[in-house]
Design a protein around this ligand. Structure first.
Ligand SMILES: [Zn+2]
Length: 246
C-alpha cells in the first residue's frame, strides 16, 4: 500500500491514498499500542508480577500513623517468620507509592532500622512483615542518610568481587563473610516522579544494596556465606573488603 502511494503520480488518487494511509497508520498505531499493553499485561500475568494494590492485611500491619513507631523485625529463629522471609516479595503498585500507607511504612521502617537497641545499615520491607519490593539503604557513599528504593533491580554486578563481614537484623547473633560484587548498577522507581532511575554504587554501600535486594528474593546472607552456603569458593583475585559489618 505504501509503495503504491509513492509510485502513483495521480494527485487525486494519491490524496485519497494519503487519507487512507494516514487513517491506516492511525489505526496501526492504536493497534500497536493495544498489542503493547496487552503484551505487557500478558507478560506480567505470565510472570505473576502484575503489581497489586496494598492488601487489607498489609494496610493493617502498616497502620494509620507513623507514631506507632518501629515494626517488629521478622527473625529466622521463629518458624512462621522464617517462612515469610523466604518468600519472593511482590512489586509495589505505582499508585501505592503515592499512598499514605507507603509514607507511613517508610517512616516506620526508618524507626525500625534506627532502633538504638538493634541498629542496622539497611532494611527490606519483608523484614517488617511486608512482602513488598522496598528497601532502605544507608548511603555511606554520600551523606550517610537512609534512602528508600522502590522496586529495585540489579542491572549490573561487576565481576570484581570482595569478601566482607555481614550480619542481619533477621539473623540474630550471627556474622559471616560474604562474597559480593564491588560495583553494581541499580534501577528503581522514583517514589515522587514515578520515573525509573539508575544509580552506580561501589564499595560497602553496594554490599548493602546486594544484601537488601537479596531479601526481596527470599535470600539471606547465610545462604551466600563462607561458613556454609551457595557460594563457597574464593576467587583468586578476591580482596577482603575490610569494611564495617552491615
Ligand atoms: Zn538482612
Amino acid at each position: 500500500m505504501y509503495d503504491f502511494a509513492i509510485s502513483s503520480r495521480s494527485g487525486g488518487i494519491c490524496g485519497k491514498i494519503r487519507i487512507f494511509e494516514s487513517a491506516y497508520l492511525k489505526n496501526e498505531n492504536a493497534m500497536i499500542r493495544t498489542i503493547l499493553v496487552l503484551g505487557l499485561l500478558a507478560g506480567m500475568a505470565a510472570c505473576g508480577s502484575a503489581p497489586q494494590r496494598w492488601t487489607p492485611e498489609e494496610k493493617e500491619r502498616i497502620g494509620e500513623n507513623a507514631d506507632a513507631g518501629k515494626m517488629r523485625v521478622y527473625r529466622i529463629d521463629r518458624a512462621d517468620d522464617s517462612l515469610f522471609l523466604r518468600r519472593r516479595a511482590q512489586e509495589l503498585h505505582p499508585e501505592d507509592l503515592l499512598s499514605s500507607s507507603y509514607r507511613i511504612l517508610k517512616e516506620r521502617l526508618l524507626r525500625t532500622v534506627n532502633d538504638p537497641a538493634d541498629p542496622g545499615v539497611g532494611i527490606a520491607a519483608p523484614q517488617a512483615g511486608i512482602s513488598r519490593r522496598l528497601i532502605a539503604v544507608q548511603r555511606f557513599d554520600r551523606d550517610s542518610a537512609f534512602r528508600f528504593y522502590a522496586n529495585p533491580r540489579l542491572d549490573y554486578r561487576s565481576p570484581q568481587q570482595a569478601w566482607g563481614p555481614e550480619g542481619c537484623l533477621s539473623v540474630p547473633e550471627r556474622t559471616d563473610s560474604v562474597l559480593r560484587a564491588r560495583e553494581i548498577v541499580v534501577s528503581y522507581v522514583d517514589d515522587v516522579t514515578l520515573e525509573t532511575r539508575r544509580d552506580t554504587v561501589r564499595g560497602f554501600t553496594a554490599v548493602i544494596f546486594q544484601h537488601e535486594i537479596d531479601h526481596l528474593d527470599g535470600i539471606l546472607f547465610i545462604d551466600r556465606a563462607a561458613g556454609g552456603g551457595m557460594v563457597m569458593r574464593e576467587p583468586a583475585d578476591s580482596v577482603p573488603a575490610g569494611l564495617p559489618e552491615p
